[in-house]
Design a protein around this ligand. Structure first.
Ligand SMILES: NC(=O)c1ccc[n+]([C@@H]2O[C@H](COP(=O)([O-])OP(=O)(O)OC[C@H]3O[C@@H](n4cnc5c(N)ncnc54)[C@H](OP(=O)(O)O)[C@@H]3O)[C@@H](O)[C@H]2O)c1
Length: 273
């Protein structure tokens, strides 16, 4: 039985991953921001009560995340096999987190790094795997080290694509740093029929999102690449970015120099060494 931590489990791809992995008999540790939604998820999956462990934490508030990671560390001292950094947002308007970062920058970028770093000791105990959900949209992003949080002129999609680019850049550094004890991958789940583009946004944006994803994968179909990375026997451990259960090409602007700089700045912002 594998022990698997997933963030953002109360809807979309994260929720589908919880369902599928519970059905496979794994021990699933889910993190979500809404207590009500977590309660509903628990009730729906009552057959898996013994193996499903749900924790409430808002990724836009580092104190609650810190608390939950401490609890997970205490509750699962024998280690974890997989960390899936899945939670993300695309709010239409610029907002700052309680920790003083642009919200997408914190939830989509800083928190995957924080979870990966803090859970590294538990992952090492099991020769674990870190999977961070990026997006094909990262290919549209530019890297501007003088405006990492895209604060100068906020645009929801621009900030989103940048954070998804950062997912790859950070994974590139962690892959090297943790090799060969922990595998590090990023995933593009494809275009998926979820509600991400309808939350905290305008009616027009929500409408356009529904139109855009109308013919997309179901969240369950979108679990394919994650399952491949968790169970596949022939996974190319050197590859960084996966789509449709195989390595895929990623933005040519991803390079070790910029990634290292982003990593150093982000670690400093998280007060980590
Ligand atoms: N859908 C697509 O076409 C697509 C394409 C490429 C990549 N992705 C990526 O796939 C991943 C999953 O997205 P999705 O499409 O499944 O959307 P989703 O249904 O909105 O899932 C995102 C999850 O993150 C959670 N979350 C958001 N803010 C949080 C916070 N502050 N603290 C804790 N949890 C938080 C959400 O909680 P609530 O349930 O409370 O909202 C939700 O469970 C994301 O990383 C996204 O960027 C999606």
């Amino acid at each position: 039985m594998k022990t698997i931590v997933i963030t953002g489990v109360t809807s979309g791809v994260g929720r589908a991953l919880v369902e599928v992995l519970c059905e496979k008999g794994e021990k699933v540790i889910g993190v979500g921001r809404s207590s009500d939604k977590l309660d509903r998820l628990k009730n729906t999956l009552e057959d898996y009560e013994e193996n499903l462990h749900l924790y409430q934490a808002d990724l836009s508030d580092m104190a609650t995340v810190n608390e939950v990671i401490n609890r997970i560390t205490d509750d699962f001292p024998f280690g974890i096999d997989v960390l899936i950094n899945n939670a993300a947002i695309v709010p239409k308007y610029k907002r700052m987190s309680t920790d003083g970062f642009e919200l997408q920058y914190q939830v989509n970028h800083l928190m995957p790094l924080y979870f990966s770093h803090r859970l590294e000791p538990l992952l090492r105990k099991r020769k674990g795997t870190i999977i961070t959900t990026s997006s094909g949209a990262h290919k549209k992003a530019a890297f501007d080290k003088h405006d990492l949080q895209a604060l100068k002129k906020y645009h929801a999609v621009r900030s989103y694509t940048r954070t998804k680019l950062y997912n790859l850049m950070i994974a590139q550094i962690l892959k090297e740093k943790y090799h060969p004890d922990i595998n590090v991958f990023t995933v593009h789940p494809g275009r998926v029929k979820t509600e991400i583009g309808t939350k905290d946004t305008s009616l027009l944006y929500a409408f356009l999102w529904r139109l855009f994803t109308r013919k997309g994968f179901t969240p369950r179909e979108a679990t394919k690449t994650y399952l491949y990375l968790i169970y596949g026997q022939t996974v190319d451990k050197d590859a960084l970015y996966f789509y449709d259960a195989k390595p895929a090409s990623f933005s040519s602007i991803v390079n070790v120099h910029d990634s290292q700089e982003l990593y150093t700045i982000s670690m400093r912002q998280l007060n980590l060494k």
